[in-house]
Ligand binder design. Structure first.
Ligand SMILES: CC(C)(COP(=O)(O)OP(=O)(O)OC[C@H]1O[C@@H](n2cnc3c(N)ncnc32)[C@H](O)[C@@H]1OP(=O)(O)O)[C@@H](O)C(=O)NCCC(=O)NCCS
Length: 185
């Protein structure tokens, strides 16, 4: 049976399953280096491949494609998307990623709220009492977001991510169930 993507409701944003009306905008954001940079994704997919990956993702724990759209709760506008994937073949390591595609909506705490919803969902339903994330050490917005949500920096992996013509260091982050209070019902 196929996994159903729930809707996760926050104060200002919801996370919901991607719908057909979102696909073109998502594809355009996903493949725009100005939007995803310095996020560690720089591939160019064809639109049909992108749609196929969206369809397959709910049933594939290792998929790095988007799983939820971030939507403005009042206006129902798509602001970005988030995903999670099993990042290690042995360890119970589920890592998250996030993009606020609508640049005008950045810097208002909406990305942090969206990531908080995703973390709470994974801690409540996922296989382990932990959620992980990685961030390029130079990606200040991303490291600040993770720390605002309550992630702890656990280390640095050196020279592990190639983009913009050179190798970059990456911070490892994690948050456990004990560190994230249970959200109010
Ligand atoms: C990272 C990203 C999702 C942040 O989204 P956002 O909605 O702007 O985040 P928030 O408004 O919740 O801000 C989170 C923190 O980052 C800070 N911040 C946001 N943009 C910033 C910037 N350009 N420079 C420095 N700090 C920034 C905020 O001040 C806040 O920190 P604070 O709690 O100390 O005030 C967004 O910048 C983005 O989509 N970047 C491109 C994709 C990417 O790099 N994803 C991360 C890797 S998976």
């Amino acid at each position: 049976m196929s996994v159903r993507t729930p809707t996760l409701e926050g104060a200002r944003v919801n996370l919901r399953a991607p719908e057909a009306r979102d696909h073109e905008q998502m594809f355009s954001w996903y493949n725009d280096p100005e939007i995803v940079s310095p996020f560690d994704r720089f591939e160019l997919d064809g639109f049909d491949d992108f749609l196929a990956s969206l369809r397959a993702t709910p049933d594939d724990p290792r998929s790095t494609a988007p799983r939820f759209v971030i939507e403005d709760r009042a206006r129902h506008e798509m602001l970005g998307f988030v995903g999670h994937y099993e990042a290690h073949p042995v360890l119970a390591e589920v890592d998250i990623w996030y993009v606020m595609g609508r640049v005008a909506s950045r810097g208002q705490g909406l990305g942090s709220e969206a990531v908080g919803l995703l973390v709470d969902h994974l801690l409540a339903t996922g296989p382990a009492p932990r959620v992980g994330a990685t961030s390029d050490v130079e990606n200040v917005a991303s490291t600040k977001l993770l720390e605002r949500v309550g992630f702890r920096r656990e280390g640095t992996i050196r020279s592990v991510l190639f983009h913009h013509g050179r190798w970059h260091d990456v911070f490892l982050y994690g948050i456990t169930k004990a560190e994230r209070p249970t959200p109010a019902p």
